[in-house]
Design a protein around this ligand. Structure first.
Ligand code: F6R
Length: 369
């Protein structure tokens, strides 16, 4: 039931700190190391794989894009991501040293299921990251890592996405732990930081009032753009997808570095542009480049909605609206940066009078190819 919330989506957004905590539960040992024995892929197999391929659709695909960055960074194993609907039709190169990871909330999405079957036929090992116990994908996979978001009723995915990210970080860190990399110390540090994430997500949820006001004020906008880089790029795509699904509005996500290669022509007076700013610590080059992007689009009349870490003062002069998120390790930022975008889309759609739990033309589980 909705527990006093007007929509399941609002309830599910609010449940995210718990969903993240539940997905971590029992997987970080008192020794500070990850314990994923439940996955049942022998460490030897994980040491021998020479590439990872991640397959998913929609929101789950955005989690896959972030997983790629985490896996390649912490393990140095090459990782590809592909939309499930495209995967098997291009005759992908797979063998028994390939680890294929499928990501699905429902475990029943036909595109992803068919891709998973195709991968197994080619001899690849398949690990399913899934939220639905006993659904088809985990039943057919070689190994399973369940997300513990609990039942997700609203058609638009929110808490399942955050738990998919957690599962992806766990897989990436675990692979790094088993194989041993030069990032050993960082892995230990990030495992500790992961345990802090439920608290950070809670903090973001506590400060969403101004985001709701902003969303309502934009209900007559005809288009919203989203920009990001590195892990912020899939977050931008996710923000745009939520707005399309719920508000039936034109919304598009771009890698901010691509702006100058075309999309900047779209910028006109009053166009709302949401920018996900990378941490100024760590990859500071990206941070500085995105601050120049914000300056550029604002000079051309865009209304800038800037999502930036606490303490990032460089963005202040160029933000028409500033949304603060807690400072986290660079790769973990999507866990906090996505939340304001979910709230934004849900509130904007509600202001337009749309049924947010059941958007038109969409089904919770897409069981046709
Ligand atoms: C977006 C959304 C869809 C699903 C996609 C995959 O809010 O819900 O894009 O993410 O259909 O579904 P699963 O994860 O069940 O395979």
């Amino acid at each position: 039931e909705k527990d006093g919330y007007d929509y399941f989506m609002l309830k599910e957004i609010a449940e995210q700190p718990k969903a993240v905590a539940d997905t971590l539960l029992g997987r970080i040992g008192t020794d500070g190391r990850l314990h994923l024995d439940e996955v049942r892929i022998p460490d030897q197999v994980l040491r021998e794989i020479d590439k990872v391929v991640i397959i998913a659709c929609g929101t789950s695909f955005h989690a896959a894009m972030i997983a790629k960055l985490a896996i390649e960074h912490w393990t140095r194993v090459p990782c590809e991501v592909e939309l499930a609907s495209e995967f098997r039709y291009r005759d992908p190169i797979l063998d028994k040293q390939s680890l294929v990871v499928t990501i699905s909330q429902s475990g029943e999405t036909m595109d992803t299921l068919m891709a998973q079957r195709h991968a197994r036929e080619q001899g690849a090992k398949v690990l399913a990251i899934c939220n639905t116990n006993g659904s088809t994908m985990p039943r057919e996979a070689d190994a399973v890592l369940y997300t513990h978001a609990g039942p997700e009723v609203a058609v638009a995915s929110t808490k399942a996405f955050l738990t998919q990210l957690v599962a992806c970080y766990l897989v990436a860190l675990y692979l790094g732990q088993v194989r041993g990399t030069k990032w050993g110390d960082e892995i230990t540090e990030v495992i500790q930081q992961l345990a802090e994430m439920p608290k950070h997500v809670e903090k973001v949820l506590d400060t969403m009032g101004p985001v709701r006001d902003l969303a309502r004020s934009l209900k007559d906008a005809t288009s919203v753009l989203f920009l990001g880089r590195h892990v912020g790029y899939p977050v931008a795509l996710e923000g745009a997808l939520k707005l399309k699904e719920l508000a039936y509005m034109h919304a598009e996500g771009f890698a901010a570095g691509e702006l100058k290669h075309g999309p900047i022509a779209l910028i006109e007076d009053g166009l709302p542009v949401v920018v996900v700013v990378p941490s100024p610590r760590g990859r500071s080059v990206l941070h500085d480049k995105i601050v120049s992007n914000i300056q550029e689009i604002r000079a051309r009349g865009a209304k800038t909605i800037v999502i930036a870490e606490e303490g990032d003062e460089a963005v202040v002069p160029y933000a028409d609206h500033l949304v603060r998120i807690p400072a986290t390790p660079v790769l973990l930022q999507p866990l906090v940066a996505t939340v304001p975008l979910q709230v934004f889309a849900c509130e904007l759609a509600t202001a337009k009078g749309h049924e947010v739990d059941q958007p038109r033309n969409l089904a919770k589980s897409v069981t046709v190819e």
